[in-house]
Write a protein that binds this ligand. Structure first.
Ligand code: KG4
Ligand code: ZN
Length: 382
C-alpha cells in the first residue's frame, strides 16, 4: 500500500491538536495545546473562550507538528481535519485553517468524524506496535466528555463503517465525572482528579440505587431488526451525589475546599487529599465504581449479544485506571481481547484524526472545499 504523510488538525473542544502520521501507523509528531488553564476558573468549557484559544494556538501548533516530524507543508500528502461532532465555533477554527492550507498547497483535504478518530487511536497504536491482526466484529466503546457510544465497526477492503448499538440518553460518562467534581469543589476537568482520589476512599461506602443509573423503557430496548440496544444514562447518578451532599450537610466543607484549592496555582494530589475528608473520598470512590461497573456491564452484554471478537475502549474516560483494570479483568473472563489507546491518545489529539484519514486517502474520499463544521455529525451506519 502506498505511504502517505498526513497532517491532522483537531479543534473540536478544548484541545488544539496537530500531528503528522505516516500511513495510519506511525506517529511522526503529536502536538496538543490544552486549554484547561483557561476554562478552569469557570468549572467547564466556555465555548467562546475555546474558539478564541484555538485561533491563538492553531498556527504555532501546526508549525510545531511539522517541525517535530521533520516535514514541510510541501512534503505532506494530505490534510485531515475534525469536521464534528463538537463545538461549532471551535470546529470552524480548525476547518477554516485546514481548508485554507489545502487550497494554497493544492493538497487533498480529508474530513474526519471525531468519534471515528477515537476508534482509530487504538488501531494506530496497535499497528505502531507491529500488531496488524484484527478480528471482526470489533465493538468500540467511545467514552469521553461529550460521548458515550457503542459502535460495531467493520472494514470492507479499505472502507470503514460503524453501526451505533447504544449511546447515552442524557449526560456522557465524562460529563458526569466533570459535574460531580465541580459539585464537590474539586475543579475541572473532573475525570483525572476523581480517578486519583478514588483509590483513597471506600468504593462500597455509598450504594447508588440502580434507578440512579436509569435503564431504557422496555419497548425501547430493541431495534426494528430485533437486535437489542445498550443505552446509557448518567444524569441520575449526578443528581444522587447532589442529594447525598444535601442530606449530609456537606455544603460548607465543599465551599471551604473550593476556596482552598483555588488559592493553589497547580494543586497536586496531596493538596486535593488535604482538602478532602474520608467521607468525600468514599463518595467519590463509590461514584466512580458505580459508573465503571455500569459501563462494563453494558459493554460486555453488548459484546455477547453481537458476538464481538475484539473490544476497543477509547476516549478521555478510557484513561481511567479503575476502568482499564476492570475491563481487562472482566473481558478476559469472557475470552474477549480488549485494547485501549495509551493515555495521551485516549484524550483529544490530532494523531487519531490523521490516522482515521489514511483509509479515506487510499479511497480518495476527499472533502470539497465548501465542507463545514457539523456540531452533531453522526458516524455513518453500516
Ligand atoms: O476525549 P476527551 O479528551 O474529549 C471529548 O471528546 O469529550 O475526553 C475528555 C473527558 C473529560 O470529561 C474528562 O473528565 C474525562 O475525559 N477524563 C477522565 C480521565 N481523564 C479524562 N475520566 C475519568 N478518568 C480519567 N483518568
Ligand atoms: Zn474526544
Amino acid at each position: 500500500m502506498p505511504d502517505a504523510h498526513i497532517l491532522g488538525i483537531e479543534s473540536s473542544c478544548d484541545e488544539t491538536g496537530a500531528a503528522v502520521v505516516r500511513s495510519g501507523e506511525k506517529i511522526l509528531s503529536n502536538v496538543v495545546f490544552s486549554q484547561i488553564a483557561t476554562h478552569q476558573p469557570y468549572g467547564g468549557v466556555v465555548p467562546e473562550l475555546a474558539s478564541r484559544e484555538h485561533l491563538r494556538a492553531i498556527v504555532p501548533v501546526v508549525r510545531q507538528a511539522l517541525a517535530d516530524a521533520g516535514q514541510t507543508y510541501q512534503s505532506l500528502d494530505a490534510l485531515a481535519v475534525t469536521q464534528g461532532p463538537g463545538l461549532a465555533g471551535a470546529l470552524l477554527v480548525g476547518i477554516s485553517y485546514a481548508k485554507a492550507l489545502a487550497f494554497a498547497l493544492e493538497k487533498p483535504l480529508i474530513a474526519v468524524n471525531h468519534l471515528e478518530g477515537h476508534i482509530h487511536a487504538v488501531l494506530l497504536e496497535e499497528r505502531q506496535k507491529g500488531n496488524h491482526e484484527l478480528n471482526f466484529p470489533v465493538l468500540a466503546l467511545v467514552v469521553s466528555g461529550g460521548h458515550t457510544h457503542l459502535y460495531l465497526a467493520e472494514q470492507r477492503s479499505e472502507a470503514w463503517s460503524y453501526r451505533n448499538i447504544g449511546h447515552t440518553r442524557d449526560d456522557a460518562a465524562g460529563e458526569a465525572f466533570d459535574k460531580v467534581a465541580k459539585l464537590l469543589g474539586l475543579g475541572y476537568p473532573g475525570g483525572p482528579i476523581i480517578d486519583r482520589l478514588s483509590s483513597h476512599g471506600d468504593p462500597g461506602a455509598v450504594k447508588f440505587a440502580s434507578t440512579q443509573i436509569k435503564h431504557r423503557d422496555r419497548k425501547d430496548r430493541h431495534e426494528a431488526d430485533g437486535h437489542p440496544r445498550f443505552d446509557f444514562s448518567y444524569s441520575g447518578i449526578k443528581t444522587a451525589v447532589l442529594r447525598y451532599v444535601e442530606a449530609h450537610n456537606l455544603k460548607a466543607i465543599i465551599d471551604e475546599r473550593r476556596r482552598a484549592l483555588a488559592a493553589i496555582t497547580k494543586p497536586k494530589l496531596n493538596d486535593y487529599l488535604a482538602a478532602c475528608d474520608h467521607e468525600t473520598l468514599s463518595l467519590v470512590a463509590s461514584f466512580q465504581r458505580t459508573v465503571v461497573e455500569d459501563l462494563i456491564e453494558k459493554t460486555l452484554a453488548a459484546a455477547r449479544a453481537f458476538d464481538a471478537a475484539t473490544l476497543f475502549v477509547t476516549g478521555g474516560v478510557a484513561a481511567n485506571n479503575e476502568l482499564r483494570r476492570r475491563f481487562e479483568n472482566d473481558a478476559a473472563q469472557d475470552g474477549l481481547p480488549v485494547f485501549f489507546p495509551s493515555r495521551p491518545l485516549s484524550t483529544d489529539n490530532a494523531a487519531m484524526i490523521a490516522a482515521a484519514a489514511y483509509p479515506k486517502w487510499l479511497l480518495k474520499d476527499f472533502a470539497a472545499l465548501d465542507v463545514s463544521a457539523e456540531a452533531s455529525l453522526p458516524l455513518q451506519k453500516l
